[in-house]
Design a protein around this ligand. Sequence first.
Ligand code: FAD
Ligand code: NDP
Length: 426
Amino acid sequence: MWRDFVYVIVGGGVAAGYAALEFTKKGVSHGQLCIISNETVAPYERPALSKGFLFPEAPARLPGFHTCVGANEEKLTPNWYTEHGIELILGTRVISADTRLKTLLTATGDTITYKYLIIATGARALKLEEIGINGSNAENVCYLRDLADATKLVNMMRVCTGGTAIVIGGGYIGMECAASLVMNKIKVTMVFPGSYCMDRLFSPKIARYYEDFYKSKGVNFIKGTSLSSLVINLDGKVTGAKLKDGRYVHADMVVVGIGARPNTSLFEGQLTFENGGIQVNSQMQSSKTSVYAVGDIASFPVKLFGDTRRLEHVDAARKTAKHAVSAIMEPKTTPDFDYMPFFYSRVFSLSWQFYGDNVGEVVHFGDFSGTKFGAYWVNDNRLVGCFLEGGGNEDYVAIADAIRLKPVVLDLGELERKGVDFVLAV
Ligand code: FAD
Ligand code: NDP
């Protein structure tokens, strides 16, 4: 079948949901917009999958976390798309794209044409096989990217309650899943190659706080080494892992979080790439004027720091999506995108937020033996980043506002002494 649309979004995740809402706010007409998604459900807030969805009690379930509830906006249920005349083609993979002819071909054999295309294909979990280790297909090896993965993880946690798990990777997935496994009464060993967890963002001192907290919950850390192979029994189940340092760890289940890779293969050779993603300008427009890229796959200019970044975080997905729609629908009045990098996580009773850039000198502040502490990053005498655990809304707003101004800091001791009061006074 041949279908024509004015606007097409390929990918049906976070960015697609926020783009859809923005299209309706900007007055898209019925029948003009189509979203094609490989997933079988309408766009949802992906962060819920490693948090509320994994709770042993009263877990989050769809339709509860469809976009755009994560930003306190309307919840876009499947009916919402119908009511707004937006064609939601679910469970359908786009298998090829031709940006010259402005056509997409789906796995079901349909050809879809567009005037404007928004690429929102997100990222996929890096597989063990891609780092030379077999076993991903075992029934007790879990990844976490989409609803199907999360459902498998929940089922596996039920089977393994009272048992043990190995978590491979000390990044976002590793940390958030380890916390959920503990809450589900599973004893966790985390294995990762770095000398401390979340080493791309945390300072060693921040990491030590979280590692100590996790240890107090029974989590065992094996750092500075990685997986050598998974031991698989005759039933095809993993029973343990051999590590490169020679150790063996028994496990009833495995969770793998060793990074993500952007889903960009459809557009290789057709668009300009940067940082492993699709390069866009400050209107989210790619090297082909009719094609926009948003979310995890977009490499966009970050005015504040004068460089181009690809950020795999939900706030960037939401805001790049809204911006692209505004640029398409109101090109004359849409200003350049001016983004403040923002990341967060919630585990156990803990909750942190980070704004800006983690480069330069680190100045820690607050009570690292208590519940509220943080760190500033100062680069070239300017405050460029701030991490805060346990802050309130007022603190986080002040941090974001202050980092945007990049105030000059000549006395690092003042930052340490004043802590959050420093940004509250900026
Ligand atoms: P996605 O939300 O991944 O959506 C991409 C969609 O495109 C998917 O539905 C996919 O199936 C579809 N797709 C891909 N290729 C095709 C194709 N060829 N044809 C059709 N459809 C296709 N960030 C935070 O800041 N805070 C958090 O707490 C947080 N928690 C997270 C928890 C988990 C478990 C994960 C996996 C990520 C988390 N993130 C978090 C990151 C955040 O969710 C992503 O940055 C965000 O989802 C990116 O949005 P996106 O729309 O670009 O991609
Ligand atoms: P991350 O990049 O956050 O972390 C990957 C981790 O795996 C790092 O600790 C890395 O160590 C480690 N690693 C790399 N290679 C190996 C190896 N061979 N063996 C063991 N460990 C290894 O990716 P995740 O998988 O945690 O997250 C996937 C995606 O989901 C990301 O886009 C992330 O942003 C997103 N996400 C975001 C969340 C949030 O913002 N709160 C929550 C959940 C997911 P090293 O750093 O030393 O290389």
